[in-house]
Design a protein around this ligand. Structure first.
Ligand code: NAP
Length: 287
């Protein structure tokens, strides 16, 4: 399949490389040039990356970045071609893109992903797409190259965005939980790493995602960032935005938002978002 790929950051470059390895013809564009993976054709413009592609994936930081490229995609995509948005963006923007592409006779699929850059490199992402069934089917080669599993959540792209945000809400709660528990353990003189190993096994059955967070938090190991602090704040804020739109109070999401903001206030921009657990250590007076 000829796939356009827009956005070659940590996640995008890894997914684009998987697409090349799976034998797809990849034409890629990134704001900062020189990031196309080996075997992909680096394009000088978004329109060039979209031209004659059956599917164009976007994997960009946030709503602002996706909005920056949206007009060129609307012009560059052929009728019936698919914009497959893999970034974590707002529910509202998913709705606007769905409608704008439909008005041009194009199709829009939201396919946000779970898994960090190392999982993307290994083709082990979990993908939660939503869109028209025929469009989802045509995106399957992309999902197969990038993911270990695809769990469609219906035909409205907004539902994919909301599913991803709910998932990251749980991850934020886990970070807060480990942060509080390990601060308590450390102050009592317990071995945080041993506690992390046991609790990840007992409570989470040794599942890779909680085990990874528990290990990094217990070891205070947040650099280099897999998922950057500012992107974490973006996601928690998008959850609160969705909650406000639907009139759903989310008190715990507010707590995570405060701790993420406090981490950035301390200049921890280069840390993984799991590092907001450090705020709990700071508050407990631990060095
Ligand atoms: P990243 O490494 O920071 O990459 C961000 C990408 O967005 C880069 O290609 C960057 O281009 C581009 N970009 C930013 N602002 C832009 C603008 N105004 N106009 C055009 N391009 C712009 O981030 P990432 O970790 O790959 O994350 C990408 C998306 O995946 C985010 O929505 C994130 O929430 C989601 N996600 C991340 C993870 C993770 O663990 N990292 C996991 C699941 C989902 P430049 O190269 O020019 O800066």
């Amino acid at each position: 399949v000829r796939v356009g790929f827009v956005g070659l950051g940590k996640m995008g470059s890894a997914i684009a490389a998987r697409l090349v390895a799976a034998g797809h013809e990849v034409q890629a564009w990134n704001r900062t040039p020189g990031k196309a993976p080996k075997g992909a054709r680096e394009c000088a413009s978004i329109r060039e990356a979209a031209s004659n592609a059956a599917v164009v994936c976007t994997m960009l930081a946030d709503d602002k970045a996706v909005e920056t490229v949206a007009d060129d995609l609307l012009v560059g995509l052929a009728p019936k071609a698919i914009h497959c948005s893999m970034s974590t963006i707002s529910v509202a923007l998913c709705g606007r893109l769905r409608d704008a592409h439909a008005a041009k006779g194009q199709r829009f699929v939201a396919a946000p992903v779970f898994g960090r850059p190392d999982a993307a490199e290994a083709g082990k992402l979990w993908i939660v797409p939503a869109g028209a069934p025929d469009a989802l089917k045509e995106c399957e080669p992309v999902f197969l190259a990038a993911g270990q599993g695809t769990m469609p959540v219906g035909d409205d792209p907004q539902h994919a965005s909301l599913t991803k945000l709910c998932g990251n809400f749980f991850l934020a709660m886990m970070i807060e939980g480990f942060g509080e528990a390990f601060a308590l353990a450390e102050k009592a003189g317990l071995d945080r790493k041993r506690m992390a190993e046991s609790l990840a096994k007992i409570i989470f059955g040794g599942a890779p995602i909680p085990t990874g967070y528990a290990g990094r938090i217990a070891a205070n190991q947040f650099e280099p960032a897999g998922f950057a602090m500012a992107l974490g704040l973006k996601d928690v804020s998008l959850m609160l935005q969705a909650g406000e739109a639907l009139r759903v109070p989310m008190p715990l999401a507010h707590l995570a938002q405060e701790n993420l903001l406090a981490s950035l206030a301390k200049g921890r921009d280069g840390w993984d978002w799991g590092g907001f657990s450090q705020i709990l250590r700071d508050q407990a007076g631990l060095e």
